[in-house]
Design a protein around this ligand. Structure first.
Ligand code: URA
Ligand code: SF4
Length: 187
């Protein structure tokens, strides 16, 4: 049992639990406020994230930062950001189900240490893993569901928004709903 995010991160460093360890430059554990009430979960590191060892630092990260700024949040204050898998899949392919399940052991520990009040899933992979295996982002984005005292919501992956900018207004609405939920919970 790890008491702090730092201790957990130290124990995750060098992880070889799944095959994704083979191709990584850096393991991308997570970043943000270790006291955050709000956790964002993406899919897995891309090229820039693998190089820098930090989640969402490439183009999709810049869009995520803009969406956060639009509701007066930033990645260092009240927010923690992690991914379903912590090592970059080759050629940015989807993480495979066994890789997701193995790496989820780390994310579960992160959730246990952080005790977030809200978890926002960025994209299909995270939402299907954490909310519902049948989750459809286009249909169910922005809807909050409560699970064991934690509010969960799935929204568009920023990389999907870059490919399909027509969905940006819907994503923006989801962030406004998130702002309302934070207010409702007094966070
Ligand atoms: N996409 C993700 O899902 N996670 C990152 O950290 C970066 C891009
Ligand atoms: Fe370990 Fe996760 Fe990296 Fe696999 S993806 S090696 S489980 S940290």
């Amino acid at each position: 049992m790890y008491e702090t995010m730092e201790a957990l991160q130290a124990s995750c460093a060098g992880c070889t639990r799944c095959r994704l360890c083979e191709g990584r430059t850096n393991l991308v554990f997570g970043v943000g406020d270790p006291k955050a009430d709000l956790l964002f979960v993406g899919e897995g590191p891309g090229y820039q994230e693998d190089v820098q060892g930090e989640p969402f630092v490439g183009p999709s990260g810049q869009l995520l930062d803009k969406l956060l700024a639009a509701i007066d949040l930033d990645r260092q204050n009240g927010v923690y950001i992690a991914n379903i898998v912590k090592c970059r899949p080759p050629q940015n392919r989807d993480p495979q189900p066994d890789e997701q399940d193995i790496c989820l052991t780390w994310l579960r520990e992160q959730v246990r240490v952080l005790r977030p009040k809200i978890i926002v899933c960025l994209g299909r992979i995270a939402a299907q893993k954490l909310i519902d295996p049948e989750f459809r982002v286009t249909k169910e984005h922005g809807q909050f569901v409560e699970r064991k005292g934690v509010w969960m919501m799935g929204t568009f992956h920023p990389a999907a928004l870059l490919r399909n900018p027509a969905q940006k207004p819907d994503a923006f609405d989801d962030f406004l709903a998130l702002r309302d939920k934070l207010q409702e919970l007094g966070l």
